[in-house]
Design a protein around this ligand. Structure first.
Ligand code: TRP
Ligand code: ZN
Length: 886
């Protein structure tokens, strides 16, 4: 049978067509008897007509390839041939009063390769229901505005699945016939079915306890595959920190007696916030110093917090429909970013968030896949779990808070929690709370949700020495995006400072500040197309520091000179903008060099910039993590994005390599001194300070190796052989991988041999090879797809090898002859037959194809068209390919 099933509802789905459900489901009783090939599901739904729905309407339940064997309406047997297909169950004339519907279906979890619904990961049974996976378990009103109380009885073979988990609290467990046992879980909080979860298996676990602010005791558990539970302690610590933080910052307590997390190795996305039973991709749970990098530890902390925070932002208050996805995702990302900022360094955290936003959301917003933070139409909802919905969604909340301030923000959140607890709501409902708490009209601000594209903010300043005034002219413009030719101005907070020639901050004095927040915090609002700001008592010509902390997700165009940038690098009191000034300086130089290289000329170097960097390196003790961010130059993708059109990835690569080589030579002694001074034999600790020191040390190593590959390889090889922690070992391997010498293959082999049994580490081995910027890499990647440890069935493997090649190897993926595009398309087509969600994600790597130079553009188009011409594409892949080509 084809994996691609006809959807029960008409597609495309439109926000404008939303109607409340015609029936409500007050309670669900599930009885699930686990078996590898023949799991039996009995669902008993307590239904009643929805007073807000159409009276007398037929009841149409969603199914996803189901195999029903029995159905009863109020204990009357129904004729299955008459009411059911695999994708829908229809009762033409249901009673106009409460009634029950009992349906028994048989599932084959072993055959479920889409990893949606009930499936097997390793030797365990697990579920993934968001967005529309519950219909693959039982016929249901599979929509987020139908909230029910779930009771779940799970039965299984005792030896195969000693652990049986579901949402809520355990109410009963016991024997169930020879070799079988059962557990009954009840979740008292009404929830949509996308938050349902079930796990059964022979799992190991660790346990802890949390006492909430009001004294309620919560049993915490993290379950893993056998013998991996020792690696879950950092995740447990992170969970406890997150629970405390949500009480402290948002006043939100946990609301069940149990909170469980299960880590599985086969998972399409990062993790899932099922009520009381989060299910995770194990890469966001498992970590020991010998297997996980500092970045892995930081991700674990962030993702554990993210899923936990959904308990209030997503679960207690959920989405009315899937167009409102950012109601829970944008807000929850904002919350997890702020949590991480509080655990670590705020400035470094903000830099990392903005790097990620620019690396994935900006290109999405500038290409054929651009969409609103709240989309108005979709073909396949799984394709809208995007960085626009998540990351740009988080930026909107951050701006909102910047505009209305801490007190009104938290008053608005409290209002939201009180008013909408237990409901499925819209973005309008959410924003109305802040309009109320701040007393502001947020109608224009709301446009951030309904208009796609990244605004360009232009700023031009002029100084009048006689009047001692500084005039700043701001204006904004957003380019058309697919289906949205005309753009309106957006409301954006612009956090501003002025730096004098002496490097000191100049106070901002205005005749008539437009708001108290302008006068007090330098937060200026641009609401219309343009605005002029005049500042008084400015003693000398200042340098403006605009968009401090990146106060709005826009592209800034400001006419700063190189001297202005150097002044900001040295003296800006806003660390984000010090970093930004260095990035801007380097990006401008690299864009000029790229052009020179394409014209057959030599690339540029800048001693002034090298000196500025040198000064920061000398002064790195203050904040090594921050210095590391500056030493890590803009990526190839950063440069490509700023070039914008007619992009030649080879020229960018050459320009960047040349600049790094020159910097490495120029700063050799200083880099080496810092490298050595940061060498430590203290035991590994993942904390922010220690990881910042490692980040800087490895950034120095990387530049040293760019400056002198031979000497760099020697230092890297020593580090590779000596250290026990994965951060330093992997950083050394990365450096060695860039050097085409026998040491490279030796290091790769020894890394593989040391870690062959550890899937998460083997993924790093795949990634490091997939991202080598040399022409032979495609052959290497092809060879690796045949490696016995590679498998298309495991999403982490696919992302680590093929995803890394497509997204993090710009010269390989964009090879001029189109071989990279053809390879990724071929892999996506193969994968589409078993896991369409992951296939579609892979193909998002084509999102910027229109910006390439003509030859590559033609090759990319041809690869997309080859896919479009196939008849059996999944709806997921068809949607992405179709929009990419439109
Ligand atoms: N809601 C999840 C989150 O926290 C995202 C997610 C997990 C998801 N698994 C999924 C989305 C499968 C779609 C399909 O962000
Ligand atoms: Zn989420």
């Amino acid at each position: 049978m084809s994996a691609h099933l006809e959807p029960a509802h008409a597609h495309p789905v439109r926000l404008a067509d939303y109607r409340p459900a015609d029936y409500l489901i007050d309670a669900v009783d599930l009885d699930i008897s686990l078996d590898r090939q023949a799991t039996r599901v009995i669902s008993r739904l307590s239904l009643r007509p929805n007073p807000k729905g159409a009276a007398g309407a037929p009841l149409i339940l969603d199914g996803g390839g189901l195999n029903p064997v029995r159905a009863l309406l109020d204990n009357e047997t129904l004729d299955l041939a008459e009411v059911a297909t695999p994708d829908r169950l229809t009762i033409a004339n249901p009673p106009a009063r409460p009634f029950t519907l009992e349906v028994e279906t048989l599932l084959d979890p072993s055959a479920n390769t889409q990893l949606e619904g009930l499936y097997r990961s390793g030797s365990a049974y697990c579920t993934q229901c968001e967005a529309e996976g519950f219909r693959r378990i039982a016929f249901y009103l599979d929509r987020p505005d139908v909230l029910s109380v779930f009771t779940t009885r799970i039965e299984a073979d005792k030896a195969e699945a000693p652990v049986l988990l579901s949402n809520g609290n355990l109410v009963e467990s016991g024997e169930a016939g020879p070799g079988r046992h059962y557990a009954i879980w009840r979740d008292p909080h009404p929830k949509p079915c996308y938050l349902f979860a079930l796990v059964g298996g022979d799992l190991d676990s660790i346990h802890d306890e949390f006492t909430t602010a009001s004294g309620r005791k919560v049993a915490l558990g993290i379950y893993t595959e056998k013998n991996k539970h020792h690696r879950a302690h950092y995740a447990m610590e992170s969970l406890i920190h997150a629970m405390r933080w949500d009480e402290f910052v948002y006043g939100r307590e946990y609301d069940l007696d149990v909170f469980n997390i299960v880590a599985v190795s086969d998972f399409n996305m990062g993790a899932m916030e099922n009520k009381g039973l989060n299910i995770f991709n194990d890469k966001y749970i498992l970590a020991r110093s010998e297997t996980a990098t500092d970045a892995d530890f930081a991700n674990i902390e962030g993702v554990v917090a993210h899923e936990y925070f959904h308990n209030w932002t997503g679960n207690r208050i959920t989405c009315r429909d899937w167009f409102q996805l950012c109601l829970k995702e944008g807000l929850t990302v904002y919350r997890d970013q702020e949590f991480s900022a509080d655990q670590r360094s705020r400035a470094v955290g903000r830099i990392a968030n903005v790097r990620a936003l620019r690396a994935s959301q900006f290109p999405e917003d500038a290409g054929p896949l651009a969409h609103n933070v709240r989309p108005e139409v979709y073909n396949e909802i799984n394709n809208f779990y995007t960085s626009t919905v998540y990351e740009k969604g988080a930026e909107i909340i951050r701006m909102l808070r910047c505009l209305i301030g801490h007190d009104a923000y938290h008053a608005g959140m409290d209002l939201y929690f009180n008013r909408f607890d237990g409901q499925a709501v819209t973005i309008e409902d959410f924003i109305s709370c802040f309009a109320e708490s701040s007393g502001r009209d947020l109608t224009d601000f709301f446009r951030w949700y309904t208009q796609a594209g990244t605004p360009k903010l232009s700023a031009r300043g002029s100084y009048d020495p006689a009047a001692k005034t500084y005039t700043l002219d701001l204006s904004q413009e957003t380019k058309p995006t697919p289906g949205q030719p005309d753009k309106k101005p957006l409301v954006m907070p612009i956090r501003l400072g002025l730096i004098g020639a002496d490097g000191k901050e100049i106070p901002l004095i205005q005749d008539n500040p437009a708001s108290p927040r302008e006068a007090k915090f330098g937060i200026f609002e641009l609401a219309g197309q343009s605005r002029r700001i005049v500042l008084n008592n400015v003693p000398s010509k200042p340098v403006p520091s605009l968009l401090r902390r990146f106060s709005a997700p826009v592209i800034l165009d400001v006419d700063l000179t190189e001297d202005d940038l150097l002044l900001l690098i040295a003296h800006d009191t806003d660390p984000f903008n010090r970093w930004q000034a260095a990035q801007t300086f380097a990006t401008r130089l690299l864009i000029r060099s790229t052009k020179l290289i394409r014209e057959g000329e030599m690339p540029e170097f800048s001693e002034t910039f090298a000196e500025a960097l040198g000064a920061l390196i000398d002064d790195c003790d203050a904040d090594p993590a921050f210095t590391a961010e500056i030493v890590n130059l803009p990526s190839e993708a950063d440069i490509a994005r700023d070039i914008g059109s007619d992009v030649d990835p080879d020229a960018i690569q050459m320009a960047r390599d040349a600049f790094r080589a020159d910097l490495g030579k120029y700063l050799w002694h200083r880099l080496l001194a810092v490298y050595e001074s940061l060498t430590s034999d203290a035991p590994y600790s993942p904390d922010a300070v220690s990881s910042g020191r490692r980040a800087l040390r490895n950034a120095c190593l990387s530049l040293l190796a760019a400056g002198d590959p031979g000497a760099g390889a020697e230092i890297a090889m020593r580090q590779f052989q000596l250290v026990a922690n994965m951060t330093d070992q992997f950083a050394a391997l990365k450096v060695l991988s860039l050097i085409s010498a026998p040491e490279r293959e030796r290091a790769l082999d020894s890394f593989f041999r040391a870690h062959a049994s550890d899937a998460l580490v083997v993924n790093k081995w795949f990634t490091v090879q997939a991202t080598i910027p040399e022409p032979q890499t495609l052959e290497r990647v092809r060879r690796l797809t045949k490696n016995h440890s590679f498998s298309l069935a495991n999403p982490n493997r696919v992302y680590a090898l093929i995803g890394a090649f497509a997204n993090a190897n710009p010269t390989g993926f964009n090879a001029a002859d189109g071989a990279g595009y053809r390879f990724v398309a071929e892999m996506a087509l193969k994968l589409d037959a078993t896991n369409p969600q992951v296939a579609a994600r892979l193909i998002s790597s084509f999102r910027s194809w229109r910006n390439l130079e003509a030859g590559r553009r033609a090759q990319a188009r041809a690869a997309l068209e080859t896919m479009a011409a196939k008849e059996n594409l999944s709806p997921d892949l068809r949607d992405i390919v179709g929009r990419a080509l439109a």
